[in-house]
Design a protein around this ligand. Sequence first.
Ligand code: DQA
Length: 141
Amino acid sequence: MPSLTANLNLLGTREPETYGHDTLTTIEKLCHQTGESCGATIEFFQTNHEGDLIDRIQACRGTVDAIVLNAAAWTHTSVAIRDAVTAVSLPLYEVHITNVHKRDAFRHHSFLSDVSVGVICGFGIQGYEYAIRQAVVNLNK
Ligand code: DQA
């Protein structure tokens, strides 16, 4: 379940020099195509509201096998999203379009990385594909 959050609905027009020209729709298609190619069903979700993301993560318990999450700015701020992720006991794959370590110091800390299977950042929207493929590989081990 790739989940994109705060402000990522603006992709394509939001700081294109940083985030590129791909839109949310392009990412959604990429995720579904990747899922189809490796036999996984993808549920795609985007919200600008932290509580809605927490509800969506909670709804994953017992219904999905893994979570691919770009928590956007909440990555760096939200203990509540971290708690939701740990509460559902599902493998988490953290994705960022940009290399957050090359950016502002406040983006260097993530509340999610140490509860994630792995972190992919800096590879643009391709990071979603890598994360989905690796999640499927790990589930089939
Ligand atoms: C982001 C990086 C975050 O620091 C930022 O707040 C975002 C997007 C990324 O995908 O590169 O909104 O998660």
